[in-house]
Design a protein around this ligand. Structure first.
Ligand SMILES: [Zn+2]
Length: 188
């Protein structure tokens, strides 16, 4: 049975100044395991207010909340975009269902959205996988915009694209306001 040993030492004062940020080094008593490094704090306030990662960074939780909310909002729009692009791609490739896989693949390649080689595509077709799962539809936004136009969904599609752009810049802005610090490797 192997045993391990953890040593702990302070690498900096905690942000509020009432305690220390601690680095833990755990070593196994065998030569083939490398040391495991983690971080923590002996300060209750900073433990509540800061998230301390084992990569040696600490992030202020309150400052991170708007970023997390913005990121969730962005992901929600992404899933709506996927839903409409999947619909459009499935409709488009309906007419290839009765054609050989080679013909369908050529079309996917022509559009620059192919995801599989011929063997993988044949396998997907045998498993009745939807065409939208066999392509990277978002790699060809112009084609998708044309499909949305023909389907009378251009407003919906255009709105989602605009929402997405707005959400991305919101996330970026929120991300720039996250307060984080890097933890030094040893006490300065
Ligand atoms: Zn503190």
């Amino acid at each position: 049975m192997s045993t391990s040993e953890t040593t702990e030492f302070a690498v900096m004062d905690c942000p509020c100044g009432n305690g220390k940020i601690l680095k833990y080094i755990t070593t196994q008593d065998n030569p083939w395991s490398s040391a495991h490094i983690s971080y923590g704090t002996n300060c209750g306030t900073c433990s509540r207010d800061w998230e301390i990662s084992n990569f040696g960074t600490m992030t202020n939780r309150e400052s991170e909340n708007p970023y997390k909310a913005a990121y969730r909002a962005e992901q929600k729009i992404v899933s709506l975009i996927h839903a409409i692009t999947d619909d459009l791609a499935d409709q488009y490739f309906e007419k290839f269902a009765d054609k050989p896989a080679t013909v369908e693949l050529r079309e996917m390649q022509r559009l620059g959205i192919a995801r599989f080689n011929i063997d993988k595509l044949r396998q997907a077709r045998r498993q009745a996988s939807k065409p939208s799962k066999n392509v990277y539809a978002l790699r060809n936004p112009n084609w998708l915009a044309d499909l949305a136009n023909s389907a009378g969904r251009e407003n919906e599609f255009g709105q989602l694209r605009a929402d997405y752009e707005a959400a991305v810049s919101k996330t970026k802005e929120a991300s720039s306001k996250v307060i984080s610090r890097s933890i030094p490797r040893s006490y300065p």
